[in-house]
Write a new protein. Structure first.
Length: 195
C-alpha cells in the first residue's frame, strides 16, 4: 500500500508522450549513426594501396663522378616517362646525381611535378620516411646498389641489378586494410632490353 507522500511524488513525475514526430526523429538519428558506422567499416575495409616504382638511373655518358645521360640513357628516360605516365605518380624522388635527375625529369615535366632530392647515403632513413606515405604512387630513381637495398627494406626480398642493366623496374605494392599489411613485389622491364 502506498502512503500519501509516495502517491503525490508519483503524480509529479512528468509523463512523456511519444508522438509520431518524436519517434520519427529517433529513427532518423539511429539511421544516421548506422550509416556512419557502415561508412567507417567500409573505409577500414577498403584500406589504402601505395605503389613504389624503383628504377636505376638510365645509361650514363661516361664513368666520371657525375656524368649526364648518354643518348641511349635519354631515350630510356623517355621510355620511363611513357611507361609511368598513366600510373598516377604523385611524387618523384632522385639522388643529387645528374644521371638520376635526368632519368626522372621527363616524367616530372610531363606531370608538372618537382623532383625531390634524397641522399643515397641515407637510403635506410629515406625508405623509413617514404614507407609512411599512404595511398600514393611514387617513383624513386636510384643506383644499382641503392635500389636493391630499398626494395629489400620494404619487402624483405632480395633483388639485384648488374652493371649493364638499366631496364629493370621494381614495383612494390603495399596494401593496408583491417590492420593488415600485404606487400608484393613485381619485377618488370621498360624501354629497350639491356644486360
Amino acid at each position: 500500500m502506498m502512503n500519501a507522500t509516495e502517491a503525490t511524488s508519483l503524480q509529479q513525475l512528468p509523463c512523456q508522450h511519444f508522438t509520431f514526430d518524436t519517434f520519427h526523429h529517433l529513427i532518423r538519428r539511429a539511421m544516421k549513426a548506422i550509416c556512419f558506422v557502415l561508412l567507417l567499416i567500409g573505409t577500414l575495409a577498403a584500406g589504402c594501396t601505395t605503389n613504389y616504382y624503383f628504377v636505376r638511373h638510365a645509361e650514363k655518358l661516361d664513368t666520371s663522378s657525375n656524368p649526364p645521360l648518354s643518348t641511349s640513357g635519354q631515350q630510356r628516360a623517355l621510355a620511363l616517362r611513357d611507361s609511368l605516365l598513366g600510373k598516377g605518380i604523385d611524387s618523384i624522388f632522385a639522388t643529387p646525381f645528374l644521371r638520376t635527375q635526368q632519368t626522372a625529369q621527363p616524367l616530372a615535366n610531363a606531370l608538372g611535378k618537382p623532383v625531390t632530392i634524397y641522399s643515397p647515403d641515407t637510403t635506410e632513413a629515406f625508405v623509413t620516411a617514404i614507407s609512411k606515405i599512404r595511398g600514393k604512387d611514387l617513383l624513386v630513381v636510384g643506383h644499382s646498389n641503392t635500389v636493391p637495398a630499398m626494395v629489400l627494406q620494404l619487402t624483405g626480398q632480395q633483388v639485384s641489378i648488374a652493371d649493364d642493366q638499366y631496364d629493370r623496374l621494381f614495383i612494390v605494392t603495399i596494401t593496408r586494410a583491417w590492420f593488415q599489411k600485404r606487400v608484393t613485389l613485381l619485377q618488370a622491364r621498360y624501354g629497350p632490353p639491356s644486360g
